[in-house]
Design a protein around this ligand. Structure first.
Ligand code: NDP
Length: 340
């Protein structure tokens, strides 16, 4: 048996555990491995990962499906939260609580399913006061994306006085957080869902109106009757086109996702005759100042007590099974992964 090398820094473990995705003659498969710090990728900051989370993208990655991971071997996990061990730029001190979502972790470079991560300080956001790493991962990329969408509506001048706002794919991860955040901000929220059994859940989050999916009509005419002051759309395709056509003058539509399709069969009329704004939401490359503002607001408007009921915590070992569950659509709410 070989002796592990001595740690390079007092707080740096000599070895650590990670879920790795490998590609070899037998195809793409996962393996829990014991790694050393020398196995980590480039970066100026070492983070002790406490928690990560499970997103649909992570499900695809861990199940070995194509389209998410860009190289092998790699550690999946698009979100992580924990404490800084060391930071070469001086931006963070050892022990600082941090959260990291996006920037290609768990896709192009190693991600959060690892007890240790080497990342760039500029990708990190300090954990806001009063919340911890577990809370941050119960928000995760889904909640962060919802927050960016709400900020886009507000930044475009949408206020509760201007009328109802629509959330599509409302029972999903992004949609349900958007419902909660918008209701907290005082908006009257109409939640569109294909799961009528989730009505009580959506009302508990603050939705005033529940619309069956088919009642948000696909585009029939370039301009429909004006209804929505703003829209948070996670569905894309004809649903997004229909929502744009029903958006009120100078309303804002935040396009977040493609759960129903990636095409956009629309016309220019809502934009040039009603001044509607189509705001694109990209959580992966969102610039640092907006990231920080979004996390501060999340800590204020989505405190741990609001997330407790919709979050479950599972160990790293369960990831292969959890990946199958999320791909089969059997996951509701958020799954936090306890890493170390
Ligand atoms: P979920 O799978 O949790 O939710 C998606 C929801 O969309 C479902 O719950 C369902 O809502 C609805 N839906 C699913 N299929 C269809 C369909 N065929 N037609 C209409 N509605 C449908 O995913 P997330 O909430 O995590 O993500 C939502 C979207 O946002 C995804 O496309 C994802 O890729 C994207 N995303 C984008 C990010 C960004 O940075 N822009 C970041 C994170 C996610 P219901 O049950 O209420 O009908």
């Amino acid at each position: 048996m070989t002796t592990p090398p001595p740690p390079a820094h007092p707080a740096v473990p000599a070895t650590f555990r990670a879920l790795r995705m490998l590609k070899d003659d037998s195809g793409i498969h996962h393996e829990f491995q014991q790694l050393t710090p020398a196995d980590l990728g480039e970066g100026d900051t070492l983070v002790r990962v406490r928690y990560s989370s499970l997103n649909y993208k992570d499900g695809l990655a861990v199940a070995g499906k194509p389209g998410v991971l860009r190289s092998y071997p790699i550690t999946p996990g698009i979100d992580l939260a924990g404490e800084v061990i060391s930071c070469e730029t001086g931006e963070y001190q050892p022990g600082d609580g941090v959260v990291l979502t996006g920037w290609g972790i768990g896709e192009r470079v190693d991600g959060g399913y690892s007890e240790l991560a080497r990342v760039r300080a500029e990708w990190l956001v300090p954990l806001p006061g009063g919340v911890d790493a577990r809370w941050a991962m119960s928000v995760g990329t889904a909640g962060f994306t919802a927050m960016l969408a709400v900020l886009a509506l507000e930044g475009g001048g949408v206020t509760p006085e201007r009328g109802e706002v629509l959330v599509t794919g409302a029972a999903g991860g992004v949609g349900s957080t958007a419902v909660s955040l918008l209701a907290t901000a005082g908006f009257t929220v109409a939640a569109s869902t294909g799961r009528p059994e989730e009505e009580a859940y959506l009302r508990s989050l603050g939705a005033s109106v529940i619309l069956p999916r088919e009642e948000v009509p696909a585009l029939k005419r370039p301009l429909e009757k004006e209804r929505w002051a703003g829209v948070v759309d996670t569905v894309g395709g004809a649903t997004l086109a229909g929502a744009i056509a029903s958006t009120r003058t100078h309303g804002v539509v935040a396009a977040c996702g493609l759960a129903g399709g990636s095409d956009l069969p629309t016309t220019v009329f809502p934009f040039i005759l009603r001044g509607v704004t189509l705001a694109g939401i990209d959580s992966v490359t969102c610039p640092a100042p907006r990231r920080r503002a979004a996390w501060e607001r999340l800590a204020r408007d989505l405190p741990p007590r609001k997330l407790g009921d919709v979050t479950r915590v599972r160990p790293l070992d369960d990831l292969p099974e959890l990946a199958e569950e999320i791909l089969a659509g059997r996951v509701r709410g958020r799954t936090v992964i306890e890493v170390s």
